[in-house]
Ligand binder design. Structure first.
Ligand code: ZN
Length: 186
């Protein structure tokens, strides 16, 4: 086991087992899905994960192009698109409040830390959609949100209802720092 530090988290990880599991994963979640927002994410992937984020993922043994799943949340007023997604790695959270903050019985909100203006990251022991090669291993979920430009020539979703709703509720996605203490609609 190795030790790694990011934001408020101290993590224990087994990069070798993680790499072994990733070697058995053929493709990333967005490629599997194939919808326009997912294909845009794939096309923009190289600019989404900055050098610092890649360094963290690499230390953990995570293949950055093998997301479990990514999801498109909204087109922002800045023109960028808000996405979320997650990975798994073999290890455990030693310290640091879980990135999935429970706010009521069946409601969690992401409580992430910024790595840049466009990318936030956090670690959770709440696991979703664990892939076959990871089954039965002690895992941590890497949660992220990213503000991504639309790089495909077509298929850009319009300014979404979510951003309009948030606007009505007094949130401005443009000004808000994603992740840290923002309340998400459920
Ligand atoms: Zn998709």
């Amino acid at each position: 086991m190795e030790s790694i530090h990011f934001g408020r988290w101290q993590l224990s990880c087994d990069p070798e087992s993680t790499r072994k599991a990733y070697a058995a994963v053929r493709t990333g979640g967005p490629e599997e899905c194939g919808c326009q927002p997912c294909l845009n994410f794939v096309a923009a992937r190289d600019q989404i994960y900055g050098p610092d984020v890649r360094a963290v993922l690499e230390k953990l043994g995570v293949s950055h192009n093998r997301e479990v799943e990514i999801y498109h949340m909204a087109r922002l007023e800045t023109g960028r698109h808000l996405y979320g997604g997650w990975f798994h790695f073999v290890g455990s959270i030693v310290s640091g409040a879980d990135a999935a903050e429970k706010i009521s019985e069946n409601t969690w909100r992401p409580n992430l830390e910024e790595s840049s203006e466009y990318f936030s990251l956090g670690f959770s022991s709440r696991l979703e959609l664990v892939r076959e090669p990871f089954a039965g291993l002690p895992l941590v979920q890497v949660e992220f949100t990213a503000k991504v430009p639309w790089v495909l020539a077509t298929g850009e979703p319009p300014l979404s209802r979510l951003s309009l709703q948030l606007k009505c509720l007094g949130f401005s996605l443009q000004e808000n720092r994603v992740g840290r203490s923002k309340k998400w609609p459920t």
